[in-house]
Ligand binder design. Sequence first.
Ligand SMILES: Cc1ncc(C[n+]2csc(CCOP(=O)(O)OP(=O)(O)O)c2C)c(N)n1
Ligand SMILES: CC(=O)[C@@H](O)[C@H](O)COP(=O)(O)O
Ligand SMILES: [Mg+2]
Length: 622
Amino acid sequence: MKRYGILDTITGPADLRGLSYDSLSVLCASLREFIVDSVSKTGGHLASNLGVVELAVALEREFDSSRDRIIYDVGHQSYVHKILTGRRDRFGTLRQYGGLSGFMRPEESDTDPCVTGHASNSVSVALGMAHARTIRNQKYHVVAVIGDGAMTGGMAYEALNSAGTSGEPLLVVLNDNNMSIAQNVGGLSRHLSRLRVSPRYLHAKARVKERLARIPGGAAVSRAISRAKARVKRFVLPTSLFEQMGFTYLGPVDGHDLKSVCELLAQAKKMKKPVLLHVMTQKGRGYAPSEQEPEKYHGVSSFDPLTGRFEAAGEMDFSTFFGKELCSFAEKDGRICAITAAMPSGTGLGPFAFRFPTRFFDVGIAEEHAAAMAAGMSAQGLLPVVAIYSTFLQRAYDQLIHDVAISGLHVVFCVDRAGIVGADGATHNGVLDVAFLRAIPGMKIFCPSNFAELRSMLSDALYHEEGPVAIRYPRGAEGAFQRDTSAEPAACVREAERPDAVLLTHGILVNEALAAARLLEERGLRTQVWKVNRIDGALKEQLGRISEQADWCVVLEDVVQSGGLGETMAQIHRGRLDLLNTGDRFLPHGSVSDIYRVCGIDAESVADYITEKRKAGGNGLG
Ligand SMILES: Cc1ncc(C[n+]2csc(CCOP(=O)(O)OP(=O)(O)O)c2C)c(N)n1
Ligand SMILES: CC(=O)[C@@H](O)[C@H](O)COP(=O)(O)O
Ligand SMILES: [Mg+2]
């Protein structure tokens, strides 16, 4: 087993307090080596974790994470915290089924104060905890560690606005690496750049003070000048946004200078008010490939730690295909605009951004704003396409309804990462979109199963529809089923004469349904397979047609049961009905195939289920 020097001697955060700063620096190097080795095997969020090593060590040293509440925003950068709080031995299970989560999970450790995964909520949750501490007359510190990317999310400002004047002692550590997943964007990013250069001003001030102190009576002069300067400064120097909101602003400090970070944390801890500590770090620090390309190494699959090369060859996936197709449409139609909420590469919009920079909008982690902005564009004659992961679209629900749907505005929502995403787990699965989108009057949902259908449906959504349209597609590549059936609202993709059962599904799960039908055929059962391509006002009519095909109907979905197609079928179908879906629960993390098995929606489980049911002669509904 590989040894990691000083890291092997650390049993918990308490050990950090007995170490010199030099030893802590050596520990940081070991932590980086351990993280690179481990993540190169499991995959995970590499660059963000390498960037916060010193900060995370300093936080564990200066605070007591078992009692104090340290919330890492998103939590994708919480690996050092996990390693130092008793989870190092399980680190090889990261993001795997039954293993450690890639985010904070209280069920994993008392040192994880809350569930994390979505950005920009940490200051709100921290303030709630600070209020609880006051009301319950308890004593502990509350810290929110939020990145400059997460700080582009509107929720962060709602929280700062409230926290700054709350009077609650609370520390917000702004981890500023000038990166979201991609380059950070917007006015805040500019504001932080200005603050970052302010040490020059601070150092110059310190030098003048030092020189004045050396001349007789100079100290008194220095104090008088300082007082006058402080008064003048308020008028002539731009103060930080955070000070304006009621925070005491500390920093900016070099986040890799452990001693300075520890000292400032210790200082902040003593201050009985809202404090914001601005820490500058380098994303990907200490590993050459991720230092050079922090975006590429933000979230990684397994790779060779020596070269940084990825093991899996990059297959064409739905996102890349979508991005490429959208470029073809945009070439011919100058009204098409593309909007992303801080996910240009994840949503496949990189090429669009490059080719049509004036029609591409990265709004930061601001899904609500993205949806409402699209409404404005549509109202004024543009053709906006908003590409957002299913799970993050949850943030924009009110805007979907209020700004887009009520006015019947034509906005195309490309709902990426629909269904099971796998390793990111419960916070990131896209299993609620069918239910929440269907509930919006006038919303149409297209469910492509493959690239050809995505192309056709994108074309239909852009040119043959009015009002809001969503196209939901999964993470990753297409499967064996590559036929374009998009011309029909619902298509029979496997015929069977006098079928024993009809298997009905939508989207990528058609591959599991067809594989299940083949297995059932080997067992002597005839299964007809249908897929729904459009979920809209005519759905019941389609389901009625399918319902007539056989007495026994099985509905297979990669979404929760409530609000799914199975429930609608239950209102129509008079024969036997089984509903196979992700259930009304939050799912664990693991590979997509692991989670399909957990839910019983993989081909084998479906075939076994139907075979068993057939033997038992029962009805699976309810
Ligand atoms: C609501 C929401 N939208 C998008 C994301 C995807 N996301 C995860 S991390 C991240 C960038 C965060 O940047 P920052 O907070 O600066 O952290 P860094 O990775 O730079 O350390 C984004 C966009 C998310 N987790 N939550
Ligand atoms: C932390 C976070 O929310 C993102 O980094 C997410 O993990 C990206 O997921 P994909 O790998 O599916 O783009
Ligand atoms: Mg950042």
